[in-house]
Ligand binder design. Structure first.
Ligand code: CA
Length: 235
């Protein structure tokens, strides 16, 4: 919400500029939780890639393997570019809301794919020639780094250079995910109930959001305890 604060002005790239951008894209071996921040505006992603990245942000780590296996159509434990491009098809189907076999012969679709512009993400994963393949470790690290990067950006926007954010800042972040209009009462509660402010570190912040990504599993576990009539303690 409220982002992006400033709209970027529409920008056209020349073919040379685009090629330079793609040539400067770091390989997946050089991936880090600073990848997107280091690239800044020197990169391009497609809409389906944007949806894919957005999806990753709220996936539990256990789901990474499922996603990897989904791409790895031939089961050789590596994802190649062709396998990854199935993404286009998945999101296209979702948009149409049906199993859209448009009747076009398979070869037509592949031709279309080959004429597609490379993106930063494709070059990052599969190299400039598109021949590199992605192993599960690289894939896992990429997804983990992306989650960390986005959480870091959020954390740093509140911590202002300090190693912690305040409990009240944390409450602000949580309330952003709700439909509550008048948050003053809630923030008052936080102030009253926390007399001894310790602050929240980035590790705690990240753990919390990783827990949120696993909320479904947690709910199932809680139901089991409930069925078994067992109580749960902190330990
Ligand atoms: Ca494969």
């Amino acid at each position: 919400m409220g982002e992006p604060k400033k709209k970027r002005i529409w920008k056209s790239l020349t073919k040379q500029e685009l090629e330079q951008m793609l040539a400067d894209t770091p390989t997946v071996f050089k991936g880090s939780s600073n990848l997107f921040r280091n690239l800044r505006h020197r990169g391009i992603i497609g809409y389906t890639e944007y949806l894919f990245l957005l999806c990753i942000l709220t996936k539990p780590h256990a789901g990474f393997k499922i996603a990897f296996n989904m791409f790895d159509a031939d089961g050789n434990k590596m994802v190649d570019k062709r396998e990854f491009l199935v993404l286009e098809e998945i999101f296209r189907k979702k948009k149409d809301g049906k199993e859209a076999d448009d009747g076009a012969p398979r070869s037509d679709k592949l031709n279309m794919d080959e004429n597609m512009t490379d993106t930063t993400l494709l070059v990052h994963f599969f190299g400039k020639k598109g021949k590199a393949e992605l192993g599960f470790d690289d894939f896992y690290r990429f997804m983990d780094n992306l989650q960390t990067e986005v959480l870091e950006i959020e954390f740093l926007s509140y911590s202002k250079g300090l190693p912690i954010i305040s409990e009240e800042d944390f409450a602000h972040i949580l309330l952003r995910f709700t439909n509550v209009d008048d948050i003053a009462g809630y923030l008052d509660n936080v102030r009253k109930s926390i007399t001894d402010e310790k602050g929240i570190t980035f590790d705690e912040f990240r753990s919390f959001f990783q827990f949120m990504n696993n909320l479904e599993d947690f709910a199932i576990a809680m139901q089991m305890y409930n069925f078994a009539n067992r109580s749960i303690g902190q330990g």
